[in-house]
Design a protein around this ligand. Structure first.
Ligand SMILES: C[S@@+](CC[C@H](N)C(=O)[O-])C[C@H]1O[C@@H](n2cnc3c(N)ncnc32)[C@H](O)[C@@H]1O
Length: 209
């Protein structure tokens, strides 16, 4: 079991410079998907090669993983993928991020750290203030995807997003995955693990209205 990184630690208050969209992507006009807590970025590396009509941005709090993921982007000469190191809450709240938030079409929270103890709930990446920030910053029609194998965490995330009247749940049955950031439903690493171990997966999609 890996030790979870405490996102509230002082180490993450300072954030790295965020490049402009033109520095991050060959074509900054493409639809932009943001994956929060992307770990080593395997999902995004697969997606970026598969779907060259989208740009992908990953945020991860473990610096070494981001360094390695950036190396892979360079080695494979991928032009529609960028990784940022740091606490996603601080990064998105920073004034430097305004320009790319406006371009986001969808955000995924795939298997976020659960922080089971009540006194640690504040360390969960989805917080009411963060959702209200996204409600005020995302364009109408933007989508949020959540996925986890921890029922308690799912209930918490679902409640936190659903209580904000700017978001409405989308029926998964009616959802056109082929038009989304993940048309072939590529699985994340944790999702593959959950699948092999027959763990139940809880997921939901929300639309900014
Ligand atoms: C359980 S892993 C899931 C990784 C991947 N999304 C998957 O589905 O396989 C959660 C990841 O989120 C990262 N993380 C946790 N809190 C974060 C935060 N506030 N900002 C950015 N990344 C965070 C962790 O370091 C870890 O890599």
């Amino acid at each position: 079991m890996r030790q979870h990184v405490n996102p509230l630690s002082r180490n993450f208050k300072e954030i790295e410079r965020i490049p402009s969209l033109i520095e991050m992507f060959a074509n900054p006009k493409l639809n932009l998907h943001l994956d929060i807590g992307c770990a080593a970025g395997e999902l995004l590396l697969d997606l970026a090669l598969d779907n060259t009509s989208w740009n992908y941005l990953g945020i991860e709090i473990r610096e070494k993983l981001v360094k390695n993921a950036k190396l892979k982007v360079r080695e494979r000469e991928i032009e529609n993928l960028y990784f940022i190191f740091g606490n996603a809450n601080n990064i998105l709240n920073d004034v430097q991020s305004r320009f790319f938030i406006e371009n986001i079409r969808s955000i995924s929270f795939n298997f976020p750290d659960p922080w089971f103890k009540k006194r640690h709930y504040k360390r969960r990446v989805i917080q009411p203030e963060f959702i209200s920030f996204l409600a005020n910053s995302l364009k109408k029609g933007s989508l949020i995807f959540i996925k986890t194998d921890v029922k308690d965490l799912f209930d918490y995330m679902d409640y936190t997003i659903s209580i904000d009247s700017n978001f409405k749940t989308i029926d998964k049955e009616d959802f056109k995955y082929s038009e989304s950031f993940n048309p072939n439903k590529v699985k994340t690493n944790r999702e593959k693990y959950a699948f092999v171990n027959q763990l139940q997966i809880f997921e939901r999609i929300y639309k900014k209205i």
